[in-house]
Ligand binder design. Structure first.
Ligand code: NAI
Length: 473
């Protein structure tokens, strides 16, 4: 279905081979850069090897959220009696769930194609490889064709990391071990799923599988799940996931994989975990290999393209946005970096700021954060004051979350009375965490923040309540 969409999108002809801007990659960073560049009147080419929309639209953010919506609807129906609703014989049709996910992807990918067309961007479907420079700019080869760009924006994204775990390669080939790409397409639910890695991908996929009836066990090397998120909230999140039946092995490393078994090691002792399928989610790395970057001398650091705050690499006329620069592997960061890169090409003053980029773990409940956590702020030697509130301070939260034990934490700079960070464990927090990001970006004082009127009743009112409780130091 996706390739048909792509074929539809590329049905118009590439007219010339010299461009003002060539964008390598058609994911969020790439398609947005191409769109802006085309709209600004620059002659623009976008080269995409697989599907427009990249990881985000085809095998990341969007399909995961689509599947989670089905899982949440199912779980809600099963627990309807908490809200006075009794449903009988609630079932989930995995085939229909996957079909809907594909429909959503198809709609959004087609939308990206239409937006690029409307922005007069030429599209080429194929793998672009940089071959060097000519008088016209950087040369990029796709199959037999050669294109030159006065500017080149690298937006090739990231790929799943494959650690040298014995038996892993064979298990990936046999289909016993899956990456998120394959798991998102499974029409048959595994009865038991082992997840290697308790980070974002691991937990979001684990949440979907657990809520739809699979027995999920997460194996995480660190002593906590959810990476650098605030420890107080992570503990409550883990309790919520355990209440749903998810199991965790922390401080446990996967050391080998055999068909039907994951071999784990904890405190020097090994044990075996049986599973029907395994999800590999131990991180992603910049997709920079085999692009011909060495022909134009682009600097890399641990495989990621080094960029400055204007998204420039060390090579003249070459920029890098999104996962390939390894800074923040988030689609929304890529969007903003793409704007900065194109503005820089256009000679407009614009720089990237990373202090208030929200991040969301789409589990149930969601864990959203922006800015510094309490631990990070203390490590920076800031004068920290924290307001931590149970989400029950929001009437809307109580109305909609029977038995909910979410938390909101605001981290302040007590010297300047400004906000440094916010962390919220609550459903729908992804929709309002940006408000805290705006407070941080604008460096508003607590008195200024208190002047804002929040709609009532909303879950977001938790910020108003937390601001009212701030006393400073
Ligand atoms: P991650 O870095 O978030 O988590 C990987 C986890 O695997 C870590 O906690 C690590 O300690 C653990 N680990 C590594 N090797 C292990 C081993 N042998 N045994 C047990 N545990 C092991 O990486 P993840 O989840 O793969 O996500 C990749 C990227 O995708 C992230 O950087 C994230 O930014 C992006 N992403 C973001 C989403 C979001 O914002 N909602 C959703 C999905 C992906």
């Amino acid at each position: 279905m996706i390739s048909q969409t792509f074929a539809m999108c590329i049905s118009y002809k590439v007219a010339m081979i010299n461009y003002d801007v060539i964008v390598l990659g058609g994911g969020p960073g790439g398609y947005l850069a191409a769109e802006h560049s085309g709209q600004a009147g620059l002659k623009t080419l976008c080269i995409e090897d697989r599907h427009l929309g990249g990881t985000c639209l085809n095998e990341g953010c969007i399909p995961t959220k689509t599947l989670l919506q089905s899982a949440k609807t199912y779980a809600h129906a099963l627990r309807g009696d908490l809200y006075g609703v009794r449903a009988e014989k609630v079932t989930i049709d995995r085939g229909a769930v996957i079909d809907r996910k594909e429909k959503v992807i198809h709609t959004l990918v087609a939308g990206v194609g239409a937006a690029l067309k409307a922005s007069r961007v030429d599209l080429v479907n194929g793998r672009g490889v940089i071959t060097g420079r000519s008088a016209e700019g950087v040369t990029v080869q796709v199959g037999q064709e050669l294109y030159t760009g006065k500017n080149l924006i690298l937006a090739t994204g990231s790929v799943n990391a494959r650690p040298p775990i014995p038996g892993l390669r064979e298990a990936l080939e046999s289909g016993f071990v899956l990456t998120n790409r394959e798991l998102l397409c499974q029409r048959e639910a595994p009865a038991r799923l082992a997840v290697i890695g308790g980070g974002v991908i691991g937990l979001e996929m684990a949440a979907y599988c657990q809520l739809t009836g699979t027995e999920v066990t997460v194996v995480e090397m660190l002593d906590h799940i959810a990476g650098p998120n605030d420890g107080d909230l992570v503990k409550v999140l883990q309790k919520n996931l355990e209440r749903d039946g998810m199991k965790f092995h922390l401080e446990t490393k996967v050391v080998a994989v055999r068909e039907g078994t994951v071999v784990c090691e904890k405190n020097g002792q090994t044990f075996e975990l049986s599973a029907d399928k395994v999800l590999l989610a131990i991180g992603r790395k910049a997709n920079s290999a085999g692009l011909g970057l060495e022909t134009v001398g682009v600097e890399l650091e641990r495989g990621a393209v080094v960029t400055d705050a204007r998204m420039k690499t060390n090579a003249p006329g070459i920029y890098a946005v999104g996962d390939v620069n390894g800074k923040y592997m988030l689609a929304h960061t890529a969007y903003r970096e793409a704007e900065v890169a194109v503005n820089t090409i256009l000679g407009k003053a614009d720089t990237m700021r990373y202090e208030a980029i929200p991040s969301v773990l789409y589990t149930v409940p969601e864990l959203s954060s922006v800015g510094l956590s309490e631990a990070e702020a203390k490590a920076q030697g800031r004068h920290v004051s924290v307001v931590k509130l149970p989400m029950q301070y929001s009437g809307r939260y109580v109305a909609e979350n029977e038995g909910g034990d979410g938390i909101c934490k605001l981290v302040f700079d007590a010297k300047r009375n400004t906000l440094l960070g916010a962390q919220v464990l609550a459903n729908s927090s992804s929709e309002f965490i940006v408000a805290a990001g705006i407070f941080i970006e604008l460096e508003l004082t607590v008195d200024e923040m208190r002047e804002f009127v929040f709609p009532h009743p909303t879950v977001c009112e938790i910020f108003r309540e937390a601001l009212s409780q701030y006393k400073g130091k």
